[in-house]
Design a binder for this molecule. Structure first.
Ligand SMILES: [Zn+2]
Length: 279
């Protein structure tokens, strides 16, 4: 059983005097409350507390390639000491020169996917062109799964919500799936609600070609949302992701209890494994 969405941060970037806090999105998301940061061991402890076996871990979606590189180095070293329980993803900025070289460097360090990318935090366009197209094509070539942040167009505002809403994602996904049909893309945070439109046949077709993770769902939705999506999509398009250390995996128990045991098993195992390319 896998938690598909955990953020790590190198200890040297946690101090408010570090360069990380000059990144506007990072500073906004960590202002006002006691910030929570995680090491690889913190993730393993959280997994053990709820009986999960493995986790996908990645850094923070900084805009600056130097900070991203620091995060990728830390992820690779924490993955190396995890006895195979952590799967590391690279995070790059598709809008910056050198993104493809950094992907190759991360592949050499044993990382196995790309994410979480965030267009608001990193300043890239949500269009199938330029750096984003080249970066995702490169992931398709090497068989890497990709995780992209998404946001709800309605509801309460909060730090980190962003503008990657279903209407904008729709314009990206149609040309992307035509041009890169083997790319395994997951939209975080239930795709900002995109699959809730799956009674529209063309939306269902696109949604059944990608994946959606549950990160931050207890912050955003009541417990009816996951059973509703299972009936709309089929559960093998959902991936469990906690957004640790923002939310511990145990915070999802009420949402999991709203599903049958078979659905939870299928969801926890098969959706995430399929997205990762393990089945
Ligand atoms: Zn996110």
């Amino acid at each position: 059983m896998i938690d598909g969405h955990c953020h790590l941060l190198p200890p040297e970037l946690r101090e408010p005097s570090s360069a990380a806090w000059k990144d506007r999105w990072f500073a906004d998301c960590h202002a006002g409350v006691a910030p929570r940061f995680a090491s690889g061991q913190d993730v393993l402890t959280a997994l053990d507390s709820v009986g999960l076996e493995r986790a996908v871990v990645f850094g923070w979606p900084f805009a600056d390639p130097g900070l991203l590189r620091e995060g990728n180095d830390y992820v690779a070293s924490e993955v190396g000491g995890s006895g195979g329980r952590l799967v590391g993803f690279a995070t790059v900025n598709p809008a910056k020169l050198g993104a493809l070289q950094e992907l190759r460097r991360c592949e050499g360090m044993g990382l196995k996917g790309l994410g979480e990318l965030n267009c608001d935090a990193q300043g890239f366009g949500l269009a199938w062109e330029g750096g984003l197209r080249a970066t995702l094509h490169s992931c398709q070539e090497v068989g890497w799964p990709v995780l992209l942040h998404a946001s709800e167009p309605v509801g309460h505002t909060y730090a980190g919500k962003g503008t990657a809403t279903p209407g904008r994602l729709w314009k990206l996904l149609q040309p992307m799936l035509a041009d890169a049909p083997d790319l395994r893309l997951s939209l975080a945070h239930l795709g900002g609600g995109l699959p809730l439109y799956s009674n529209m046949p063309e939306v269902a077709r696109i949604c059944r070609s990608i994946w959606f993770d549950t990160a931050a769902v207890p912050y955003l939705y009541d417990t009816g949302v996951l059973p509703g999506l299972v009936s709309l999509l089929g559960s093998d398009r959902l991936c469990f992701g906690s957004d640790f250390p923002l939310l511990a995996p145990g915070r999802y128990s009420a949402h999991l209890a709203a599903m049958s045991e078979a659905e939870v098993g299928k969801w926890l195992h098969q959706g995430t494994e399929a997205w990762l390319g393990e089945r």
